[in-house]
Design a protein around this ligand. Sequence first.
Ligand SMILES: Nc1ncnc2c1ncn2[C@@H]1O[C@H](COP(=O)(O)OP(=O)(O)O)[C@@H](O)[C@H]1O
Ligand SMILES: [Mg+2]
Length: 126
Amino acid sequence: VWGDRTRLYQLLDNLVSNAVKFTAAGGRVEVSARTVDDWAVVAVSDTGIGIPPEDLERLFERFFRASGAAAHAIPGSGLGLTIAKAIVDGHGGRITAESEVGVGSKFSVELPLTASGGRAGRPGTR
Ligand SMILES: Nc1ncnc2c1ncn2[C@@H]1O[C@H](COP(=O)(O)OP(=O)(O)O)[C@@H](O)[C@H]1O
Ligand SMILES: [Mg+2]
C-alpha cells in the first residue's frame, strides 16, 4: 500500500483497540489481510458486544457512541472511527462495518495497492 505509515498504524490501532475494548475477557479478536485484485483488504473482527443495526450507519460520525458503549460503561470519546475513516478516505479507500449484537463486529478496510489503484474498481468487481 502506498501511504502514510504513521496514519496507517493509527488506523489499525484504532480498530484493534476498539475490538479489544468492546470484547470481554475470553473473547477473540482476529486481524486478517489479503489482496483482492489491486486492493489490500484488512479486516478486524471480534466476538464482543456488537452494535445495534440502527447505530451502524452513524459509527463514523464525530463523537457518536453506540448504545452498548454506555450500557456497558466502556469509556471512550467517539472519535476513533471518525479519524479511522478520514485516514482511509485520505488513502482512496473504503471502510465498512458489520455487526450483530451479542455476537461480534467486523470492520473491513479496502486500500488501493498503488497510488493509482483507486481506478482499478472495487475488490471483486474486475
Ligand atoms: N469493535 C467494536 N465492537 C462494538 N462496538 C464498537 C466497536 N468499535 C466501535 N464500536 C462502537 O462505535 C463507537 C465509536 O467508536 P470510536 O469512534 O472508536 O469511539 P470510542 O471512543 O467509543 O472507542 C463506540 O463507542 C462503540 O459504540
Ligand atoms: Mg475507539
